[in-house]
Design a protein around this ligand. Structure first.
Ligand code: IPM
Ligand code: MN
Length: 354
């Protein structure tokens, strides 16, 4: 019998539904060719639903989503909703509640893609960021004192637990081992200023590495230097592991050196639970409904989803089709692709179909 996977689809806001539609088109082509089925259930969580009902995420949502083998997400963020409400209430809530403690973000430049780095090509830009996804500054711990007065104080704390840090590091070491490229894991931190948080990270990094992953070379770079090296010598990186906030920041830089938000995808991974795959670019409200947004990031997120589900061959076929599509496109930027959103989806889907 053909394998079947239960997938929750959350198209979300803005251009999310458009790019998810193209992603599903490609996933369908892959499932026909490689002989599995995706049993899909759509959920309308997002800004429109919130504006209509006043509810960000229904109480039953988390338990319902736990029943799926993976979640395929478009984008969260609506121009008519105050920043933070949907991001915290949906995206971060799902990451935390489903304990998706890894945010896996490959930074890979494909041939024929414009790279803003002078004299750098696909052989130079090919690394992976493992971002801790449930702790750090994202916990929402902190508060105000004397809010709205001249004496106002705002505190936002970074939470780093030994358990949370160690499981993230272990994932990164395992990933580096499996990737078998340069066998080098770089811890990106700020040990010279964040002397509590990154002291814990650094100690755990060397303890875990020395004991259980002696063949993996351990390197360390401060986050500011990491940004510098990502521009100057991206070929030095193999796998980078870092905390939630630094990971957020350096992966936008990563997206730029791999060709832009139009192609950057990520996975929110719970290795023992339900993972969620998304284009990292956001809802791009100004392009909504125009059929001009680049769906490749969403398609690449679908590729990561299949890879994680164990459909390796299908995932590889999608990657090959993406490589073909970018060779045909004028640009990866919205409105400048030389194709519409749906045409890019067609191009990739046809290639995947073989
Ligand atoms: C990302 C996004 C989110 C984050 C926002 C939308 C909360 O920027 O996935 O990188 O900061 O994690
Ligand atoms: Mn981000």
């Amino acid at each position: 019998m053909a394998k079947s996977y239960r997938i929750a689809v959350l198209p979300g806001d803005g251009t999310g539904p458009e790019v998810v539609a193209e992603g599903l088109k490609v996933l369908d082509a892959a499932s026909r060719r490689f002989g599995f089925t995706l049993d899909r259930t759509h959920f309308d969580f997002g800004g429109d639903r919130y504006l209509r009902t006043g509810e960000v995420l229904p109480a039953s949502a988390i338990d319902e989503l736990r029943q799926f083998e993976a979640i395929y997400l478009g984008a969260i963020g609506h121009p008519d909703v105050k920043p933070g409400i949907l991001e915290k209430g949906i995206l971060l809530n799902l990451r935390f509640a489903l304990d998706q403690y890894i945010n896996l973000r490959p930074v890979k430049l494909y041939p024929n893609v414009d790279c803003p780095l002078k004299d750098k090509g696909p052989e130079d830009v090919d690394f992976v960021v493992v971002r801790e996804n449930t702790e750090g500054l994202y916990c929402g711990t902190g508060g105000y004192l004397k809010k709205g007065t001249p004496d106002e104080v705002a505190v936002q704390e970074s939470i780093n637990t030994r358990k949370g840090v160690e499981r993230c590091l272990r994932y990164a070491f395992e990933y580096t081992r499996r990737r078998a490229k340069r066998n080098t894991l770089t811890l990106c931190g700020k040990t010279n200023v964040l002397t509590f948080a990154f002291d814990l990270w650094e100690r755990a990094f060397h303890e875990v590495g020395a004991k259980d992953y002696p063949e993996i070379k351990r390197e360390y770079a401060h986050v500011d230097a990491t940004c510098m090296w990502m521009v100057k010598n991206p070929e030095w990186f193999d796998v980078i592991v870092t905390d939630n906030m630094f990971g957020d920041i350096i992966t936008d830089l990563g997206a730029m050196i791999q060709g832009g938000m139009g192609i950057a995808a990520g996975g929110n991974i719970n290795p023992a639970g339900v993972s969620m795959f998304e284009p990292i670019g956001g809802s791009a409200p100004k392009y909504t409904g125009q059929n001009v947004i680049n769906p490749l990031a969403a398609i690449a997120a679908g590729q990561m989803m299949l890879d994680t589900l164990g459909e390796r061959e299908a995932a590889l076929a999608i990657e090959e089709a993406i490589i073909y599509a970018v060779s045909q496109m004028k640009s990866l930027s919205a409105g400048k692709m030389g194709f519409s959103t749906s045409q890019v989806g067609d191009l990739v889907a046809a290639k995947v179909a073989g």
